[in-house]
Ligand binder design. Structure first.
Ligand SMILES: [Zn+2]
Length: 478
């Protein structure tokens, strides 16, 4: 049997601001899925990165009195610090300013679209929002202003290359309907199909080069630079070596049926319409799955400085540690809908589920083992329970975590009901066997914890192998 492959990407993140809880969620959700596949012995590849060819970065660097490249290194360093603090096990961090790793593939993809006859030059007249770095339609304006930025868009008339996206409407639609391109959850599938029903418009694919332009030059036309679509979306294949050394590309994209993008709901159209159109035009296989998650609110409201309800992932990580934050995101945020996080709820959950729940259980069982068993229990391999596996296969990491915690609860009950600490006094052999059984059950729970709480999972298995009570895994917080 050939080894199964699994390729997962997060979006590439904008380096013009600090990453927030939504980014922490995207990367944690992704990491849990990748680790689960690793446990199944699949060969995995996990990509993340940053979307750097943007005018905003140049402006922000100028404001900070730095060269854009130095400024970017600083921000990307902070991204990586956050990912390390969350224990995100990515294989590669792609940067779209990388002329060696990223640009050759973006240019190769562009050339494929040209060869397919899908790029044409046209005078473009429209409204451009500087804040969005994107064109905006009259329909989207509120009182003549961009609703997100509160600024009036610029009226722009310029020559652009256009991508014949309209040509692929039907093909994309059919692939989404048949789940050949699977959009999860169903609400997002319906949303994108409704958009496809209206028909896709051709999209602007380049911008005229100005003195301050950043980005990838259009091959064969120095007057233009690539617009975000070919510049950014292409990262999912350029990182694997598309258009240069394509060993990884062949392995994880071209010949791999299991490749998925994890995205937030705000970028669904780019990933489920524009990107598939580009791939179809270039004759490149489509991703198999696009998993679309929601936003994280706080107290039911969008996190904002004005409301003072922003919960910063770095602060939570510093206070509670990696696995506590991963736990909250995995268990208490639905991957399919908007979720909520407040400091109060976080603390309650931490104390109830981690300090009293898992931490207490591991310490109770291993205390019994350490006191009463002469040597470590030889843990037998057990398969994933179907409830856990079923939830994971459907990307419902919250349901998977819920199942693990139901096992924690019943194991806790089992200790109380079988009372090995009493039995051991009257029937030592039976008492020992009861305790060994508890350790075995703890080991199964620990196996399921690995993708969710990797550091804790390691501490528990080490405790089991040493036949020792672990250090306090989750100290109570008052
Ligand atoms: Zn705007």
């Amino acid at each position: 049997m050939t080894e199964k492959k699994f390729y997962l990407t997060t979006p590439i993140f904008y380096p013009n601001a600090k990453l927030h809880m939504g980014h922490a969620y995207t990367t944690t959700l992704s990491d849990v899925l990748v680790r689960y596949h690793k446990l199944k012995k699949d060969k995995t590849y996990f990509l993340t990165g940053s979307d750097e060819n943007t005018q905003k970065v140049v402006a922000a660097a100028k404001a900070a009195g730095q060269e854009p490249a130095v400024f970017l290194d600083g921000i990307v360093g902070n991204f990586k610090k956050l990912f390390a603090a969350l224990d995100i096990s990515y294989d590669q961090f792609i940067r779209t300013t990388d002329e060696q790793l990223h640009w050759p593939g973006a240019i190769a993809l562009w050339n494929k679209l040209v060869a397919a006859g899908d790029l044409y030059k046209k005078e473009y007249e429209g409204l451009y929002c500087v804040g969005h770095e994107a064109f905006i339609t009259e329909k989207e304006l509120v009182d003549g202003l961009c609703p997100d930025h509160g600024t009036a868009p610029e009226h722009i008339k310029e020559e652009n290359y256009f991508f014949r996206l309209s040509r692929y409407t039907e093909e994309i639609r059919n692939k989404i309907i048949s789940d050949e391109l699977r959009i999860v959850p169903a609400t997002r599938k319906r949303e994108i199909l409704a958009l496809l029903d209206e028909g896709l418009q051709d999209v602007s694919f380049s911008r005229p080069r100005h003195a301050a332009s950043v980005g990838i030059p259009v091959p064969g036309d120095d007057s233009q630079v690539m617009y975000v679509w070919c510049d950014a979306l292409s990262n999912y294949i350029t990182a694997l070596g598309y258009g240069r050394d394509d060993v990884l590309y062949q392995e994880f994209w071209q010949n791999n049926p299991d490749k998925m993008h994890v995205i937030g709901k705000d970028i669904l159209r780019f990933h489920a319409a524009i990107w598939p159109g580009m791939l179809l035009s270039a004759g490149v296989p489509l991703p198999a799955t696009i998993l679309v998650h929601g936003f994280i609110t706080s107290g039911g409201k969008k996190m904002s400085k004005t409301l003072g309800n922003v919960v910063d992932p770095e602060e939570l990580l510093a206070e509670y540690g990696t696995d506590a934050v991963r736990y909250y995101l995995a268990r208490h945020i639905s991957p399919f809908e908007d979720g909520d996080l407040t400091r109060e709820h976080f603390k309650d959950v931490y104390n109830a589920d981690l300090a009293n729940g898992l931490g207490n259980l591991a310490s109770r069982i291993m205390q019994l083992a350490q006191t009463n068993l002469a040597e470590p229990v030889k843990v037998e391999w057990q398969p994933f329970p179907p409830e856990f596996q079923g939830a994971m296969e459907k990307f419902e990491i919250n349901k998977a975590a819920e199942y693990v915690w139901s096992r924690i609860q019943s194991l806790d009950q089992q200790i109380t009901e079988t009372a090995p600490f009493k039995v051991i006094k009257t029937d030592p052999e039976k008492g020992k066997s009861l305790i060994a059984n508890l350790v075995q059950e703890l080991a199964l729970i620990d196996l399921m914890l690995e993708p969710l709480l990797p550091q804790t999972s390691l501490k528990i298995i080490e405790a089991i192998m040493a036949n020792q009570k672990p250090q306090n895994l989750f100290p109570r917080k008052d």
